[in-house]
Design a protein around this ligand. Structure first.
Ligand code: EPU
Length: 432
């Protein structure tokens, strides 16, 4: 298993290019299943989550062709419902989008339950609510989800989500695209990737209106056609490097971003004394003075993203004063705090709240990447710490960050990958 070795304390300078958004790509790829024709998808991030989804489609009979590093053509003309590779599905959270996609395409779905859970219970009851509102029968049995549309066709309906859920919103959208009549999703999530999925489907002939608001209307169409679509830049990847510069000091231009999507992150960093200048498709992050304390509460978009909570909390560990972080989305997303404490962070966690007493500096230590964003957070801690940090279980980081080490090295970070050739490869745990 690979480890990252980080020698901290070096400010970051230069330019960095952001890849396509993971959480958009992991919905767009399964959504290609309902398209009859060739979907050419650009700006796909090179991460193991997208690789796994493309492999799943390919094993189901899709033709998947890489045009270049980030462009893939997917042709699902000959895809089969019975070819689903369940062992692969079990490894990835976003395989839940295959429920909506298979129901929409075949009128029938059998998928595995998306696996294990790193930050509390991750139910899919709202996904099931969406499918049943569209007329499907759905049952979870023996680790599988079975769903069946009446006479093979879903029927448009009105759905009020009890909880704002990114996954349930996108899954219901995918399922409803070819349903008979109109579907309305109320209390829908509004994240940029929801809009991206709607734009992808609309560019293939769907009729989805209102994505990005809390009411989404989907007018069912008979069929979708092929086309070309480019995934939006990754808000969280950009935010992670912004946090890294805030932690280490220095000045970095973060390119290929939509600055509007970064507003909540930029505003919080400014509150902490970091300069963030916005340009048309880049932001420049500069930190030359000590960091100030701040309070952070994570919320669905346009609130501060939960997927940035570990990274911003890490920066607050070295800010002046006491900060309070409240996790408003997940029940348990503070496992990484015990790793930060090994590096000298002073943090008390009580339920969904973390109280952080800023310390003058962190000290390098051996730490674990507990999950994707937690892994990015301990790397940020390592980058600003005094001495050497060894990060293990980096497989989590590689599920969601394209060329994480290469990009950091390009802006002056002293980070390298150490491979242990004799170690036994353990299957990637589920979730991101
Ligand atoms: N929830 C339910 N029932 C459901 C679905 C969700 O109660 O049927 C609850 C969850 O337990 C949670 C809240 O609703 O408390 C929000 O969950 P949501 O469904 O929005 O999360 P998700 O779709 O499973 C996606 C991202 C996560 C990100 C969340 C929130 C993907 C593959 N994952 O998960 O991303 O944290 O939205 O923005 O898109 C990450 O990238 O690191 C990551 C974990």
């Amino acid at each position: 298993m690979d480890k990252y070795i980080i020698n901290g304390g070096k400010p970051l300078y230069g330019e960095i290019e952001i890849s396509g958004a993971k959480n958009a790509a992991v919905a767009v790829i399964p959504a290609a299943l309902i398209v009859e024709g060739v979907c050419r998808i650009e700006n796909i991030p090179q991460i193991s989550d997208t690789d796994m989804l493309l492999t799943i489609l390919s094993e189901m009979g899709a033709e998947v062709r890489y045009i270049n590093r980030s462009t893939v053509e997917i042709d699902c003309t000959d895809i089969r419902a019975d070819g689903a590779p369940y062992d692969l599905m079990r490894k990835i959270r976003a395989s839940y989008y295959l429920i909506g996609a298979m129901l929409g395409r075949f009128g029938y779905a059998k998928t595995t339950m998306p696996g294990g859970c790193n930050f509390g219970v991750r139910p899919i009851d709202q996904h099931i609510k969406g499918m049943t509102a569209l007329g499907a029968t759905a049952e979870i049995k023996g680790g599988f989800v079975y769903a069946q549309a009446p006479e093979g066709k879903l029927i448009g309906s009105k759905i009020y989500l009890d909880k704002i859920s990114v996954g349930a919103t996108m899954n219901t959208m995918i399922a409803a695209v070819k349903a008979r009549g109109k579907t309305t999703i109320e209390n829908a999530a509004r994240e940029p990737h929801i809009v991206d999925l709607a734009n992808f489907l609309n560019s293939m002939g769907a009729d989805i209106r209102g994505a990005g608001t809390d009411t989404i209307k989907i007018y069912g169409v008979e069929s979708l056609h092929g086309g070309t679509y480019a995934i939006i830049p990754d808000q969280i990847e950009a935010g992670t490097y912004m946090a890294a510069v805030a932690a280490t000091g220095g000045e970095v231009r973060i390119k290929n971003v939509i600055p509007k999507h970064l507003d909540c992150i930029s505003a919080k960093l400014r509150e902490m004394g970091v300069d963030v200048d916005e340009y048309e498709d880049s932001v420049v992050v500069r930190r030359t003075s000590p960091l100030h304390r701040a309070n952070v509460k994570t919320q669905p978009y346009p609130g501060f993203p939960t997927d940035m909570q570990p990274q911003i909390s890490t920066v607050l560990c070295i800010a002046d004063g006491t900060s309070v972080v409240t996790e408003g989305v997940w029940d348990n997303r503070y496992k990484y705090i015990s790793e930060l404490k090994k590096m000298g962070a002073e943090v008390q966690v009580d339920g969904k709240t973390a109280v952080i007493e800023g310390v003058p500096y962190l000290t390098g230590a051996p730490v674990l990447a507990c999950d994707l964003r937690a892994g990015a957070a301990v790397c940020i801690a390592g980058l600003c710490a005094r001495g050497e940090t060894v990060v293990e279980d980096v497989i989590y980081i590689e599920r969601g960050y394209e060329d994480f080490v290469g990009k950091l090295r390009s802006i002056g970070a002293d980070i390298r990958i150490e491979t242990e050739p004799d170690s036994i490869e353990i299957a990637a745990p589920v979730i991101v």
